[in-house]
Design a binder for this molecule. Sequence first.
Ligand code: 5GP
Ligand code: ZN
Length: 117
Amino acid sequence: MENCIFCKIIAGEVPAKVVYEDETVIAFEDINPVAPVHILVVPRKHIPTFNDIQPEDRELVGHLAWIIKEVAKQQNIDEKGYRVITNCGEDAGQVVFHLHFHLLGGRTFGHNLVGKS
Ligand code: 5GP
Ligand code: ZN
């Protein structure tokens, strides 16, 4: 997709600190981390938002969940715990319209799930 920053990272046109990749998924460090570990787990396929997941993507989304767990282990945050977030659309504050999951760890997050802007 033209003008999609994550498609450019996937194509190797924009650099990123990649921590994992396979045929369908790539994971790289967030450029503006909000936790000691802040990884973005991203399908290579350009799916704009969580709303745009199609029936044929179900295996891919399951694989993404598996890889999030594996990267948590690789980053040594699996035992202490971590948070997984996806922002869908305007109200959630989605900025990059290419599906991605934030994997956050290395600190505590408390119980505040509902930060207001
Ligand atoms: P969201 O769309 O879920 O609100 O957040 C997009 C995330 O992508 C942000 O946390 C932002 O820091 C990250 N991001 C935006 N542009 C780049 C980039 O060019 N490289 C990397 N590594 N992360 C980016
Ligand atoms: Zn894209």
